[in-house]
Design a protein around this ligand. Structure first.
Ligand code: NAP
Length: 279
């Protein structure tokens, strides 16, 4: 069997937080064999929750399963990457694929932290929807190792739509637009739910009304061939109508500049992460 067969590689995930849950869920939904996946993190609570939920093995020791794995997925906060790399430097990484999910930590930083030759690093920027195989995923590989690139592409393309980038700087844009933006939509949904509950609709109905409204809009958007949401929105908000009166409030409060400003602040936050004291 081909060494790079997607079913055959042992994957160890370092970190047992939000995105690790999503990756494990996405892998298992894609029929990746559970016994090929392991996870490690310091706190027993998160590790055990993952084991209970997905039936995969865990360890508090970053090296234990990493040593046996073919693929290491780094899923820790940027602030923890130095200590993770110190651990990983105790094993030979030359034949492993290292997939980093970290925002703001460029490949050259990882290469300098992993003080070994022939390090094979691929950056992946997913969003949380990989958990249900509806993710958007950016991928950047400095390495020209086509086997590793193809393996990683196959692995993540089962969890959503993958964009392979030629320029690592574009990962930052994807981090904000793909990684963070689900939270923007959810924030908007939260606020609408609060308001409609205050108008007397119970929590369960409010929640379902919002989900089904969004579901309907998604279906309509997929049928819309204009590649812009503006025309579709205008079908609902005719001049001097009820919806237009609400939209005019958003415009008066300059929601366009609020959104643009929020995205700029997020991009600057990534720049801050790049400046964290790593050395
Ligand atoms: N959340 C997202 O939607 C998302 C999307 C794209 C990319 N990312 C990236 O994914 C990374 C993780 O984000 P997250 O939201 O999953 O964070 P998180 O929920 O805070 O999880 C971080 C995990 O790292 C573990 N950890 C901390 N120090 C460690 C160490 N020395 N060795 C091993 N594990 C260690 C933590 O352990 P404990 O369980 O013991 O606390 C925790 O399980 C970040 O770099 C982020 O940029 C996240």
């Amino acid at each position: 069997m081909d060494k790079y067969n997607i079913e055959e590689k042992k994957i160890n995930i370092i970190g047992a937080g939000n995105i690790s849950y999503a990756v494990i869920s996405g892998l298992i939904n894609s029929n990746y064999k559970k016994d090929l996946i392991t996870v490690c993190a310091p706190s027993i609570k998160n590790r055990n929750n993952i084991t209970k939920l997905f039936g995969i093995k865990n360890s508090s020791n970053n090296i234990y399963y990493s040593d046996q794995a073919d693929v290491l997925i780094l899923a820790v906060k940027p602030q923890s990457i130095v200590s993770v790399c110190q651990d990983l430097n105790k094993i030979n990484l030359s034949k492993k694929i290292i997939i980093s999910l970290l925002a703001g930590i460029n490949t050259n930083i990882l290469i300098s932290l992993l003080k070994q030759n022939n390090i094979n690093i691929i950056r992946i920027m997913p969003n949380i929807a990989i958990a249900v195989n509806y993710g958007i995923i950016a991928m950047y590989a400095i390495s020209k190792n086509t086997n590793s690139i193809n393996f990683t592409k196959n692995l993540f393309s089962k969890m959503g739509i993958i964009y392979q980038l030629d320029n690592e700087n574009d990962i930052d844009t994807f981090t904000v637009i793909v990684g963070s933006s689900p939270a923007y939509f959810l924030f908007f949904m939260e606020e609408i739910q609060k308001k409609i509950e205050s108008m007397g609709i119970n929590q369960c109905n409010a929640y379902n009304i919002i989900i089904n409204t969004i579901n309907g809009i998604i279906h309509l958007s997929k049928l819309n061939h204009h590649n812009t949401f503006n025309k579709l929105r205008k079908l609902i908000s005719s001049k001097k109508g009820i919806t237009e009166s609400a939209i005019s409030v958003f415009k008066k409060e300059n929601i366009s500049s609020i959104i643009a400003n929020a995205i700029d602040v997020s991009i600057n936050r990534i720049k801050d992460l790049k400046n964290i004291k790593i050395f």
